[in-house]
Design a protein around this ligand. Structure first.
Ligand code: GLU
Length: 398
């Protein structure tokens, strides 16, 4: 008998983490898999950030429960960062530091949604958005952008999706999984459409803020009237190569921050004390190491764009941020090699894992079953080998 709750039975497993686990398993068996499935910087956390954590341990002051919403000096530093870099005014008590941006988002959905409440989710979307909306018993309403528009949903689509049940809107810019960056004009148009609906809360996921090749990052919270109902989500994983440290945060209207704090107080008590000290160091020292990493990502983007564009039948755009490509591979559907038939992107990803020994994630998990996501947070050498293997495997399909 399956004694699990309906909630867990209905919940989708994280496709990104599942694919990464599969690749890790094969690697442990000695198979030479190149993992391009996980959105994880291949750089190490900059040394001075690690030193900040070491010093905190040695000081012996950070062994007790931190405040639920995070240490005050860290929240002050985040508040300052929001002001200086994003032109967003969130006071330290409007900030909640959590166990990664993922928990930040979970806190907010649990704080906002009643059963049946609708959340407009820009699609393609990061896998956990839909799972977390559903965990909070909300309903996703997708607005979808296609490759011809750099996968960006439009203000008109948002307008058409609003109902009297709409409670929130969520999107990421730079976007996971497409790498797209919304322009100031596009964000202004979305804000305009939301203007007559002051009770709709916007969740703006800006975790890839630093990995932006197109110029200045723009936050939707800066648009007229938006800060009062915008939750800006950010964290340290991507821009500072700190995935394992698990530090994310929100700047939010006070009532949302208080509600997220209440939930976090019951779920995790607080974020790890030492990880918070590392995060504090990251925010209060030079961003130069992050800029260096971004330069590398940009070089790799050029490389990967060139290589993917050479593969027949693959439709690819040139993303302005993050470290993902999201090529459309539908021209391979219906093809086969031996006993393997490719019916969809999931079949294709499994074929690539087995045949090319390269792990990528099916677009199905991100709301676009014609695509797959490839992370280029890997060395140039790995990327060249991986894409050449993908090209060969695809060429065998007919
Ligand atoms: N956010 C990363 C990704 O999309 C890490 C894995 C996850 O949490 O989904 O690959």
């Amino acid at each position: 008998m399956d004694l699990r709750s309906t909630r867990i039975k209905n919940m989708a497993e994280s496709a990104t983490l599942a694919m990464a686990a599969k690749a890790r398993e094969l690697k442990q068996k000695g198979i030479d898999v190149i993992g391009l499935s996980l959105g994880e910087p291949d750089f190490k956390t900059p040394k001075h950030i690690c030193e900040g954590a070491k010093e905190a341990i040695d000081e012996g002051k950070y062994f007790a429960y931190p405040p639920v919403n995070g240490y005050l000096d860290l929240r002050e530093a985040i508040s300052e960062k929001f002001k200086k870099e994003n032109n967003l005014d969130y006071s330290p008590d409007q900030i909640v530091v959590s166990n990664g941006a993922k928990q930040s988002i979970a806190n907010v959905f649990l704080a906002l949604l009643d059963p049946g409440d609708e959340v407009i989710v820009f699609s393609p979307y990061w896998v956990s958005y839909s799972a977390l909306v559903e965990l909070a018993e909300g309903k996703c309403v997708f607005v979808k952008g296609g490759i011809e528009n750099d996968f960006k949903a439009t203000a008109e689509q948002v307008k058409a999706a609003i109902t009297d049940k709409t409670k929130a809107v969520i999107f990421s810019s730079p976007c996971n999984p497409t790498g797209s960056v919304f322009t100031e004009e596009e964000l202004a148009a979305i804000a305009k459409v939301l203007e007559p609906h002051p009770n709709i809360v916007v969740l703006s996921d800006e975790i890839y803020e630093l990995i932006n090749y197109g110029g200045k990052h723009v936050s939707i919270g800066t648009m007229p009237g938006m800060i009062e109902r915008t939750v800006t989500i950010n964290g340290f994983a991507k821009g500072f190569a700190m995935t394992g440290w698990r530090v994310g945060y929100i700047g939010a209207p006070l009532w949302v921050a208080k509600a997220a704090n209440k939930i976090q107080g019951q779920l995790t008590s607080a974020n790890c004390s030492i990880a918070q000290r590392a995060a504090y160091t990251a925010l209060t020292t030079s961003l130069e190491p992050s800029y260096e990493m971004v330069k590398q990502y940009e070089k790799r983007r050029e490389l990967v764009h060139g290589l993917l564009s050479e593969i027949p039948g693959l439709k690819v755009n040139n993303p302005m941020g993050a470290f993902y490509f999201f090529p459309n591979v539908s021209s391979y559907f219906g093809k086969s090699v031996g006993d393997t038939k490719i019916n969809n992107a999931t079949d294709l990803c499994m074929y690539l894992l087995e045949d090319a020994q390269v792990s990528v994630v099916t677009g199905d998990a991100f709301g676009d079953p014609e695509c797959f996501r490839l992370s280029y947070a890997a060395s140039e050498e790995e990327l060249k080998t991986a894409i050449s293997r993908i090209k060969d495997s695809l060429a065998r399909l007919s």
